[in-house]
Design a protein around this ligand. Sequence first.
Ligand code: F3S
Length: 637
Amino acid sequence: MATLCEKILRDHLVEGTYEKGKQIGIRIDQTLTQDATGTMAYLQLEAMGIDKVKTDLSISYVDHNTLQSGFENADDHKYLQTVANAYGVYFSKPGNGICHQVHLERFAAPGKTLLGSDSHTPTAGGVGSIAMGAGGLDVACAMAGRPFFLSAPEVVNVKLSGKLTKGVSSKDIILKVLQLLSVKGGVGKIIEYSGDGVKSLTIPQRATICNMGAELGATTSIFPSDEITYEFLKKQHREDVYVELKADDDAVYDSTIEIDLSTLEPMIAMPHSPDNVQPISEVEGMKVDQVAIGSCTNSSFLDLTTVGNILKGKTIHPDVSLVVSPGSKQVLQMITKDGSLSNIIASGARILESTCGPCIGMGQSPITNAMSLRTFNRNFYGRSGTLSAKVGLVSPEVAAASAITGVISDPRKFDFDVVEEPAEFLIDDSMIIAPDCDKSKEIVRGPNIKPLPINDPLDNNIHKRVMIKVEDNITTDHIAPAGAKVLPYRSNIEKISEFIFMNNKADFHDVCKEYGGGFIIAGHNYGQGSSREHAALAPMYLGIKAVVAKSFARIHRANLINFGILPLTFTNESDYDTIDEMDELHLNDLHNIEVGKPLTLVNVTKGKEYVVDHNLSDLDIELIKAGGTLNHIKNNQ
Ligand code: F3S
């Protein structure tokens, strides 16, 4: 009576007993990194003193920060390539594609565990991998052969029946799930898809759903592997990795949601949250200024040939800027060959390289007050690079239809041919460099590669002020903004710390410097969004000792622990209302912190005491006391 994810997790269990909610350690088969998080991960891997990665397969992708308007990014890419070669990691060159799209095409395999330093790593769940996002340090630890720790999850079954109708896409399925569960609905859970409707979905469609499961806060999402998985792998010349995998017929789930695909309609996530979902019909006719098609959510061959079919013979609206980024070199080569690219170009679209591009704020910021429709997975405030812009998240079908009309439009009202899966994928791995592990070759470090800051061991008492108080659903984009101005410094924590919380509190960096850091007070779901560990590492560098929140997003909480910052939660949520910025807070006797035993937080300024939980495991406590995971590893070598 096991669920699919339980079978795979049990198969990889190396520490603990599999019991829901209990911490387990699992063996990681594959890792991936991308350049925005990868430089830190490889600096951390180097600090661990191993000779060669211990995983079956590790890949370093360059897809985020590919603009080269200064030496910084090019230097980082060279460091990533040379360090990958030294440690036995494959290197995917910039232009080869977005990590998750390329991984799905060329490496993901049913029944394998994949840990990636990117929150959309669950994309590989489309072929039946247990694929999870984590901080770069966790990924470095996995590359060094250490287990990855997680709580044995609750499992939500999303049971699909029926078949999508023309103009409705797999993006609409995941938007529906987000509408039902919200951005907090998946925390501590794995979303497992089942039912007859699964058979009607191609692998790229399944991957879109798993990709955006990250927006539910879920640990990961997974589809069974079946004959459709086999066909996809065969067309990628990788059928040797296929195994059939599914849940037992009598599997017991913690909850079940049923969705009849034939009843779904095109949907949109309106600003500024991926769960602010409504049917297109409710916003149809709203003016659109920009349409962006691409990202790891919707940039497959199927997505872009569908877009090509809708745009064929049409011209986009004069007031709309349409940009298209193919997900990979494979996709770009195939849409070039089959003529879809020509249809897209003829319509008036601008073609971008096969990278994250506008999704990470790397160019294409829309005009002031714009309505931008994007096929991406996130529409957080400010992520587009234009603070006044609004971003709606839609399917490629809605995006293409709206680009033609200049207003939000229902693709079901358009006449276009439905796309079939290609008979074969075009295989060309020439931009993936295999490592030779030759240690005599230099690891090239440009001047932008700075040494890693290391935390001090935990003090027994912390007496510090509140540096910032923030509301619910603060994302890692709020904490450590992305974009072309900031990302070049991702290997330079001193410099990147100047940008921390810059859109919430412009002088956060200066206040932290003046007071030697202190506390962050936050609402629910603190740290949602990306796996960006700079959102923990840079606050640590600025002296942040503890974050006291109503609740945390999973990956960010793990990152805080990795860097020795205490993640505390209010037992009484209304205590949040009684704390203000600059209040003096006090925690004592931290060296005797124990599993399951709450702490007392004293608000010296207000004369109040609060009970706060830490929910730390024995291992977490050791990590925090040591001042973070790297110190802990060094102490135990
Ligand atoms: Fe890249 Fe955006 Fe995905 S930044 S990895 S395309 S979420």
